[in-house]
Each structure stands twice: as structure tokens, then as C-alpha cells.
Design a protein around this ligand. Sequence first.
Ligand code: ATP
Ligand code: MG
Length: 441
Amino acid sequence: MRLSQFFMPTLKETPAEAQIASHRLMLRAGMVRQASAGIYSWLPLGFRVLKKIEQIVREEQDAAGAQEILMPTIQSADLWRKSGRYDDYGKEMLRITDRHEREMLFGPTNEELITDIFAQSVKSYKDLPKNLYHIQWKFRDEVRPRFGVMRGREFYMKDAYSFDIDMAAGRVAYNKMFVAYLKTYARMGLKAIPMEADTGPIGGNLSHEFIILADTGESQVFCDREILDFDVLGSGIDYADDVKVAGIVDHFTSLYARTDEKHDAAAFAAKVPEARRYEGRGIEVGHIFFFGTKYSEPLGAVVAGPDGTNVPVQMGSYGIGVSRLVGGIIEASHDENGIIWPEAVAPFKVGLINLKASDAKTTAACDQIHGKLRNAGVEVLHDDRDERAGQKFAEMDLIGLPWQLIVGPRGLENGVVELKNRASGERQELSVDAALTRLAG
Ligand code: ATP
Ligand code: MG
């Protein structure tokens, strides 16, 4: 992609309304624009990151055996009356009346709708287990939408729903999602800490929040460093191996991890040796619940068990804040110059900087490098504009692509280009071919 053609309306000034780094940087980098309070339009740079995060979430859900569907944003109030949540949800729910005076709502979550779909179609334990998910916009009329996409009113969420014949099978489904979440965040370059949580309006009795570490996070975190040291990607988990999956969940849940709300300093000191005590701040990016028959009973999701008697199914629900993660990753990974994208979610892998667009030789070399990288399947943002080098460097640092490839007339005379790693700041001069080999690897 040529930056001269790319729609990336960067801002030089720091927007006054933005209180935290991710909000400031997302506005400055031209990733999003606010449409109204807590509601955002996603511009190309932001949209690319959102889609990368969504795809990692999708791949891990699929790997764990969940199946993707797509439910609507607008729901009928009827099902919510049956579950009792139409009134319970209160002012956070955006209520809509259609032209026939029917009561509708913009879904804040989908337990009722998915349970109804299930109830209409599945009648036997033989069709279990099932786990269905979708990735869809939600609306919650938050009292104080703030921090940009971190606490929006409209936000993008993955929500999965598991259906099982009994509690033991439901627990297996819960464990799979637990491990899938650990892997999902690890793939994004994040350290996620599962914490025992309250179930809130969703209801139920078993629940964990997943908190990523970031100095600016809303919650204070206290945990055993062993949680942070565990290499979930290197552990070679097979989701079909229920025993191993349960072992990982047991390992995590046996280690101390609390937010400030539930932290107990004396317990912390008693349970975790000093060298392993970790204190920091974090952001909630996922929440999983096992709530048994809370929705299956009122909504009639019953199946015939092996002995022929009907039983309500055991359910869980599993949310990941996809749009919140865009801001969360920036909170976890930025410096005074801008964003530092982990490679897996970066909008482009490489920023190619032409230091002198008015020089025909430099421009020809950049065009050639751009073509070669593209052919090798590397995503490149090519700054081909005729602008000052200083401005190009500053913007490239701001948008945080993992690699910068800097090409100028002086270097080319000596047969070299410069490769800069955004995260470490390390710069290296090398031949064009060597740079291409490094970046295509
Ligand atoms: P919070 O306590 O932050 O309000 P929640 O408990 O209401 O979150 P859930 O209902 O569990 O959230 O939703 C699942 C995930 O959706 C959360 O972990 C979070 O990542 C994301 N999420 C929830 N509310 C918002 C919001 N207003 N804006 C952006 N993401 C959100
Ligand atoms: Mg909430």
C-alpha cells in the first residue's frame, strides 16, 4: 500500500478529549474517529488491526471446537422477558420500538437468542456437546463511555455459548475455552491473567475474567509470577485431551491472582513467596461464565438424556472484547513516540520509507523493494510521499509498524538500506537482498 494513496488522517496535535495513551494514539494515528459518545468509525489502519485480532480469536475458537455463526444486532424483547433480563438489564440496554409498536433492542449480549435457536433445533443428548460463537457488534448504553474504544457504547465482541448434557461435560467445555483464551492472548503478544470473578447480570456460579497487563489498566492486579512465566503456546496443547486441558486450568486456578477488589494482602503474603509476588495494573479483555440452566430452563432448551427423560442443558458463555483489545494492546505496548504493534496484530509488517522521493533512483529502488515484499506476501506500507524525512520518521514511529526499512540516496550508493526494529529501536545497515530475506522470513 502506498501511503500517498492510503486513507490515514493523522493528527499532529494531541486531541484534548483523550485521557489515556491508546485513545490519544488511535486518534493521532488516524485509526478511528468518534461518531458520537462511545461510538466509533474504524478507518483503514484501525480496521486492519481489528480484523487481525478478530482472526486470531476466530482461529482459536475454531481450534477449540466452537462453530461460527452470525446472529443479528437487533433482537426482540420477547425472549428477554422470558429470561427476566428485560427489566434487570436496566438503562444499559438500548430499547427500540419498530413501526408496528413492537419492542426491540440492540443486543448487549446473546444468551437469550442463542438459547432459543438451540431450543428450537436440538432435542437429544446425542447432538451434544455444542459450542456456537459469533463476532458481532454489541450495544451497552454505558453511563460513562470513556477511554476511546476501551469502554465504548457500541463495541465488537466475540461471544461463544456452550451446551452440554451435564455439569461434568459443561466443565470440559469451560476448560477448553479457558485454555483457548490463554492461547488467544498469547498469540497477540499479551500476558493474560485469569482471575476468579463475579458473574454479575449474566448469572451463574463459575466465572473467570482475563486481565492483560498494562500500566494504565483500570484494575490493580496481584498475582503469582508463575502465571506470567507459563508458556501456553509452547505447551503443545491438544484441545481433545480433556485431562491435559483440565490440568492447565487447575494449574492456573491454583495460583494466586486477584484484582484490588478481592485482594487480601495477608493471603498473598502467606501463599506466594516474596520473589514470586507480582503487582501491577491490568485491563479486562475477556470474561467466561458457566451458569448451568439459568437460561435453558426459562427458554425451554431441554434435550432427551440417555434414559429418555428431558433435562435442561448446562450452558456457559464466553466473551472477548475484540474492539477493546485494540486499545488494550496499545496500552500494553507503546512509548513516547507512538504505538509498538506486536507483529501478529500489526496493520502492516513493514513501513518502507523513501527518504528522497524527488530522487528518481531512490524512488525506483523503493518501488522495486515494495514489489518484491508484496510478492513475498509481506504487508508493506510504503511512504512514497515527497515529505521531510523527519516527518516520515515521526509518523512511522507513531503508527508503530514492527519494522521500518529506510531507503535513501546515500545508502544506495554504498549498496545498503537501513532496517529499524520499532520495539527495540535497533538499527542495522544491510544490503537490499539481506533486508528482503530478513523481512520475508
Ligand atoms: P466491564 O466490567 O468492563 O464492564 P463486563 O463484565 O460488562 O465488562 P462482559 O459482559 O463480560 O463485560 O463482556 C465481555 C467482554 O466484552 C469484556 O471482557 C470486555 O472485554 C468487553 N466489553 C464489555 N463492555 C465493553 C465496553 N463497554 N466497551 C468495550 N468492550 C467491552
Ligand atoms: Mg459492563
